[in-house]
Write a protein that binds this ligand. Structure first.
Ligand SMILES: Cc1cc2nc3c(=O)[nH]c(=O)nc-3n(C[C@H](O)[C@H](O)[C@H](O)COP(=O)(O)O)c2cc1C
Length: 143
């Protein structure tokens, strides 16, 4: 059984809701999922020892939230090369954070990435539950 780490940042909990649905999909696949806030990651050591990593932040003013930027700087030193990965985040119209997180995991950390970032605006949109759970399953199957 694999253990997948989901780290998210969220201002009014829409991204938190998506994180919990991704975790459900992972658990439905028979794997473990740990869900943590960006603030719970204090050093790169907190990122080591997992089989896959999924990072999420909402987009505000075209950017991810600052605590997720800090997590990405720590992840740079956590030797995640080759590990399965994915990115997500609630958004209103443009969703830059999802893409920036995904690209950093792909191009800088050189992780084995999912088909793309999960681009659902919130957990409650039509098909949101199924789509977020399916993203968790996709990454669980990459372990
Ligand atoms: C001040 C403000 C700025 C925002 N800027 C963007 C933006 O640039 N692009 C976008 O797609 N959504 C933007 N949004 C929408 C948020 O990403 C959206 O409300 C999201 O659900 C918040 O998720 P959270 O609850 O995880 O913080 C903005 C929202 C607010 C209140």
């Amino acid at each position: 059984m694999g253990n997948i780490l989901i780290v998210y940042s969220s201002r009014v909990d829409e991204t938190k809701g998506i994180a919990e649905l991704i975790a459900e999909g992972i658990r439905q696949s028979g794997h473990q999922a740990e869900v943590k806030t960006a603030g719970q990651i204090e050093t790169e050591g907190d990122l080591t020892g997992f089989d896959a990593y999924i990072f999420g932040s909402p987009t505000y003013h075209g950017e991810m939230l600052p605590p997720m930027k800090q997590v990405l700087f720590m992840a740079e030193r956590a030797n995640l090369e080759g590990k399965p990965g994915g990115a997500f985040g609630a958004y209103g119209w443009s969703g830059e954070a999802n893409k920036r997180i995904f690209d950093t995991m792909n191009y800088i950390f050189k992780m084995k990435m999912a088909s793309g970032p999960l681009m659902i605006k919130a957990s409650w949109v039509e098909d949101g539950v199924e789509t977020a759970q399916a993203y968790g399953k996709e990454i669980a199957e990459m372990i």
